[in-house]
Design a protein. Structure first.
Length: 309
């Protein structure tokens, strides 16, 4: 059991190091170029099924093309690319790096399990390989979903202050694109995730895309209902010519109320979540500390009384 945990931990560590190293060594992403590439891809893709990949000239494109040729892998690549985008990882090589780490971790776990089960019967070896395959396939996906949840949480926490600042900047007389650019510059050190999303929308509009479509893509990238409401508010305000700054101030106050309610709900759940660790870990240790000395003293007295008789 110790050897299995060792191989699993080794695979996770090597995959994380390789994934992080490749992402860190890549050049800084160009938001305008990335959005133009995304627009070109979405224009040629079908609305109901993922776009069939083509054999590109780069190593990563060729790797993804050969992976997509396997049964069921095209849908896996499409879903993984979408989840990487929702996690804030939108570099061109991110999908290829994640898929390579995912498959490498799967083969590493299978190889480690095969090595550990080399002297066992075939039936035991087969069952162990199935369990290792399930673990090696599901664990990277769970890590990616956790990254998506963390990224969405950061966007959710940054939204009230950013919307409030956007309303203030719009009240000074700036246009929407200029106001969003100004807010992105001010918030890039406090809330870099939401600032990058706003800047991406501005770059899409400057590239010639319709503002409503740019905000709709923002909603699809993030998958947050509050951002969906914000996008709808901005689109309707632009369409009907209503005042946007006042509406944003009211909406920012509503977002703060929601954030406070979420914090109160989290605090309310903390007591229930702490119940299981207390019962499983703290109470047994407390019982040992309080009861064992008394039990030992009673046993010692009984032993002394029996010896005296």
């Amino acid at each position: 059991m110790t050897a299995i945990l060792f191989f699993v931990a080794l695979g996770i560590t090597l995959s994380a190091i390789a994934f992080s190293a490749v992402l860190l060594l890549q050049p800084r992403e160009d938001a305008l170029d990335d959005r133009l590439t995304e627009l070109q891809a979405s224009a040629s893709a079908s609305a109901n099924r993922p776009m069939r990949r083509r054999l590109g000239s780069g190593l990563s494109d060729r790797f993804l093309y050969f992976v997509s040729m396997l049964p069921g892998m095209e849908e896996y690549l499409s879903d993984t690319e979408k989840e990487l985008a929702q996690a804030g990882i939108r570099r061109k090589q991110a999908l290829a790096v994640f898929v390579a780490c995912h498959l490498g971790f799967l083969f590493l776990v299978l190889g480690g399990m095969l090595y550990l089960q080399r002297e066992n019967p075939v039936t035991t070896k087969f069952g162990a390989l199935i369990a290792a395959g399930i673990l090696g396939w599901m664990l990277p996906g769970m890590v990616l979903k956790r990254l998506v949840k963390r990224y969405r949480g950061r966007l959710q926490d940054a939204l009230p202050d950013t919307v409030d600042l956007l309303g203030i900047v719009l009240g000074t007389g700036l246009a929407l694109d200029q106001a969003m650019t100004r807010v992105s510059e001010e918030m890039q050190y406090i809330y870099p995730e939401l600032a990058a999303e706003f800047y991406t929308v501005v770059m899409q509009v400057k590239a010639g895309q319709d503002r409503s479509r740019a905000f709709n893509q923002l909603v699809r990238r993030t998958g947050i209902e509050d951002i969906k409401s914000l996008a709808a508010m901005i689109i309707q305000s632009e369409r009907f010519g209503t005042s946007l700054s006042h509406a944003l101030k009211v909406y920012a106050e509503a977002l703060r109320t929601r954030r406070r309610l979420r914090a109160e709900a989290t605090i309310g759940k903390a007591g229930i979540k702490m119940l299981f660790p207390v019962v499983l870990f703290i109470l047994p240790a407390l019982f040992v500390i309080t009861l064992v000395p008394g039990v030992l003293s009673v046993l010692r007295d009984l032993k002394g009384g029996i010896g005296a008789k």
